[in-house]
Write a protein that binds this ligand. Structure first.
Ligand code: ADP
Ligand code: ZN
Length: 210
């Protein structure tokens, strides 16, 4: 099963990607996590990406398309994958088609903008393993400590209020047109993001069966 998770920043794509990953035993591929890892390690890719990511802007298509092409060629993606955060522009979606990547389903997680701002400002992430939390909605078992690997969780630089608004604008302008793109292929299913993570999970798993 080759899946795409679509939705605004903070809609909960990463959280649901982890759930589907455990459920279907296919890897979740997050371009955001790959970019942050590269930035942390100061690789050439990280250096190129940093100014865009920190400003809440999109990294140029050509760079992320190359990343994805390389990642999907790894053996663990052979029996399926969940794309979280890619494609984010119509040219990126077209590139997937051109590479010959077949997509089975696109799940959009819809959350209104007001909620998004509230969620992103409370988000915390693990810099070591990429796990994502929220101070109110999905707290770590021990405050400030990643449940999965024990590292100290942090707030992302781009989760500061001004940058959040920029990211939402970028989402509406550049990513939302993808809904039409995948609606035309009949592969789009929309799930309404719920207050409770477990409720969204139930709806997401239902959408997978549909
Ligand atoms: P969120 O969905 O919460 O915005 P991500 O972790 O998916 O967070 O992405 C963080 C940042 O990484 C984006 O704001 C952007 O700068 C960059 N990025 C991630 N994926 C892409 C992509 N497919 N195309 C361009 N930029 C990307
Ligand atoms: Zn961790």
């Amino acid at each position: 099963m080759n899946l795409i998770l679509l939705g605004a920043p903070g809609a909960g794509k990463g959280t649901q990607a982890e759930v589907i990953c455990d459920h279907l035993h296919i890897p979740a591929v997050s371009t955001g996590n790959i970019l942050r890892e590269a930035m942390k390690n100061g690789t050439a890719l990280g250096v190129k990406a940093k100014s865009f990511v920190d400003a809440g802007q999109l990294v140029p298509d050509q760079i992320v398309i190359e990343i994805i092409q390389e990642r999907l060629a790894q053996p663990d993606c052979a029996s399926g994958f969940i794309l979280d955060g890619f494609p984010r522009t119509v040219p990126q979606a077209e590139a997937l088609d051109q590479i010959g990547v077949r997509i089975d389903k696109v799940i959009e997680i819809y959350v209104p903008d007001e909620k998004i701002e509230q969620r992103l400002s409370g988000r915390r992430v693990c810099p070591d393993c990429g796990a994502s939390y929220h101070v109110d909605y999905k707290p770590t078992a021990t405050e400030g400590v990643c449940d999965k690997c024990g590292a100290a969780v942090v707030q992302r630089k781009d989760d500061h209020p001004d940058t959040i608004r920029d990211r939402l604008r970028v989402y509406h302008e550049q990513t939302e047109p993808l809904k039409d793109y995948y609606l035309k292929t009949g592969k789009l299913v929309t799930v309404e993001g719920q207050e409770e993570v477990s409720d969204t999970t139930r709806l997401t798993l239902q959408a997978l069966e549909a």
